[in-house]
Write a protein that binds this ligand. Structure first.
Ligand code: PEP
Ligand code: MG
Length: 572
């Protein structure tokens, strides 16, 4: 048995066999496309096909020059495959017939032919399968506009082991019914980790070289709570973890009695306890949980894994469903925070390679560059609320006042357009910003007169205060929500809110960290929004707290010299 220590990114235990994703390979997900996008999808495929043919021409010229005619035969074989009807006809046909994305259609066509090759009882022909795969990878790289290769989706019920996973890839794991995943890279508050929690997939990240140590088929255990990966565990370790799995289920059941009860401290301070929505799947479970609202709807996930942004109609149907599920309680729609590690095709210029994507064209910055996509989303939210419900709009990655003013202009334009189309938008839609860039926290007193509420995005705020990239495993140990500098920022934000009577919420992962909840309550935040699966756990903690005592500890913590001292003050 080998035990590898990493960082627990999503709680839970997974026991199963490994599926190792080789470095730089990518899971191809199936995306169903509306009929009107299918022609464009075929066109996109044809463009990628042309680009792959151009690659082969260039490669042939190079091989002829340096290696001679014999070696160039291989390129010739690849060209034959690429121009075979299997690729040129079958893939477009699948796109149209099945209504799916080009990447998926391609991998399906290739997979079916590869299986035929496997059956041939002749080494030479069996080997041709590799040529076919090579060609498919080349095409896929053009489709994805990045140097990634394809591979079939992991087997259902396996544990995925990979060097790294992007949020878009993590989303597709949900469809493949993967039990859990372990990655060499990553941090606790990476978008990949947050998504894993929402999808209830146990995950361990920052495992150094685990993806090279594990082979497909190895028996594994993932302990998402303690950040452990067991390779080939002994029978007693397996028994211990099966037992823990059972206990975990029982503990979840015992929390059920808290449904419907308010999140109120023992001395009577009521905290608005909301949920974060990261996927549409979750909308279905909302009414059973009966939270105080949706404090953060990460709408960017509607934009991933598809060739073009969702239309106004498609978006507004989804937003209306969320509003309906929440009844009169509010849903905070965060306009799509794309960019960083969540790169989507916006139907405009491709997002350029950025050396520091988390400091790059992300959130409101990207949307103010592509205002038509932004306005479509605002229109979709307004259209949804015209059918009823309580919507609030939240803007990510705001650093300056002019961004708030620009957003307000776009909202006014969208409203005026809709009113002309006889869409009636009831009342005022509250507008807030994510406070996740230090400049916004520092200038909040200047911003607040223009806003109705704010939500602290601790995931980003911590990375920018401490200069610790949230997805970089080398500095993950420096990422600390208990750092006194982080607490002073939160206090400054809470004070600014209280001075102007505007509500201050927290929707970053810190709010779902059971040890950090008392700190946030002590600092005086009004709202806490957490992933659905943490909702009842956090409620249990809030209901055990004494607000007055915690505010005393919190003021002492503000004077602490390091995170350890803060932990001691809160009894950890
Ligand atoms: C945050 O930054 O804390 C946040 C909630 O937003 P995201 O994690 O999506 O960046
Ligand atoms: Mg953020």
């Amino acid at each position: 048995m080998i035990i590898v220590k990493g960082i627990g990114a999503s709680r839970g235990i997974a026991i199963g066999s490994a599926f190792v994703l080789e470095d730089e390979e990518v899971v191809v997900s199936r995306v169903e496309l509306p009929k009107q996008l299918l022609r464009a999808e075929v066109k996109r495929f044809k463009e990628a096909h042309k680009a792959a043919l151009r690659d082969l021409d260039a490669a042939e010229a190079r091989v002829l020059k340096f290696l001679g005619r014999d070696h160039a035969k291989l390129i010739h074989a690849h060209r034959m495959i690429l121009t075979d009807t299997l690729i040129t006809k079958d893939v477009p046909m699948r796109i149209i017939k099945e209504g799916v994305n080009a990447e998926f259609a391609l991998s399906e066509s290739v997979e079916s032919v590869a299986q035929q090759f496997e059956k041939i009882d002749d080494d030479f022909f069996r080997e041709r399968k590799h040529d076919l795969m090579d060609v498919a990878k080349r095409l896929l790289a053009h489709l994805l506009k990045k140097n990634k290769k394809s591979m079939p989706a992991p087997a259902e019920g396996s544990i995925l082991v990979a060097r790294n996973l992007l949020p878009s890839e993590t989303l597709s794991l949900h469809d493949s019914k993967v039990l859990g995943f372990a990655t060499d890279l990553g941090g606790k508050s990476s978008h990949t980790a947050i998504l894993a929690q929402s999808l209830r997939i146990p995950a361990v990240v920052a495992l150094s070289d685990a993806s090279r140590r594990v082979k497909t088929g190895d028996f594994l255990i993932i302990d998402g709570e303690n950040g452990l990966l067991f390779i080939d565990p002994t029978p007693d370790v397996v028994a211990k973890y099966r037992n823990l799995q059972d206990k975990e289920k029982l503990a979840e059941k015992s929390l059920e009695s808290l449904r419907g009860l308010p999140a109120i401290t023992v001395d009577g301070r009521k905290i608005l306890l909301e949920i974060n929505l990261d996927s549409l799947e979750e909308v279905k479970g909302i009414s059973a949980l009966n939270p105080d609202g949706v404090g953060l709807f990460r709408t960017e996930y509607l934009f991933l894994n598809r060739p073009a942004p969702p239309s106004e109609k498609e978006q507004s149907a989804i937003y209306a469903a969320a509003l309906k599920a929440l009844d009169a309680k509010s849903v905070v729609f965060r306009t799509a925070d794309l960019g960083g590690d969540r790169v989507a095709a916006l139907g405009v210029e491709a997002v350029r390679d950025e050396a520091n994507p988390f400091m790059g064209l992300r959130g409101v910055r990207l949307f103010l560059r592509h205002q038509d996509v932004f306005k479509t989303q605002i229109r979709a939210i307004l259209r949804a609320v015209s059918k009823g419900g309580h919507a609030r709009i939240l803007i990510p990655m705001v650093s300056s006042l002019w961004e708030i003013q620009s957003v307000k202009d776009i909202i006014s334009q969208a409203k005026a357009e809709l009113e002309k189309e006889s869409v009636v938008i009831p009342g005022k839609i509250e507008l807030g910003i994510m406070v996740e860039i230090p400049s916004a926290a520092i200038l909040l007193d200047v911003f607040l007169p223009h806003l109705d509420f704010v939500s602290i995005g601790t995931n980003d705020l911590i990375q920018y205060i401490l200069a610790v990239d949230r997805i970089n495993d080398h500095v993950a140990h420096l990422y600390d929500a208990f750092h006194p500098a982080v607490l002073r920022f939160i206090k400054m934000i809470v004070d600014a809110g209280q001075n102007q009577k505007k509500r201050v919420g927290v929707c970053g992962e810190m709010a779902a960290d059971l040890k950090a909840v008392p700190v946030l309550v002590g600092l005086g935040v009004d709202e806490i929004s957490v992933p659905m699966r943490m909702h009842l756990r956090v409620k249990e903690v809030v209901r055990s707290l004494n607000y007055k005592a915690l505010s005393v500890s919190a003021s002492k913590a503000l004077a602490a010299s390091d995170a350890e001292e803060v932990r001691r003050l809160f009894g950890y």
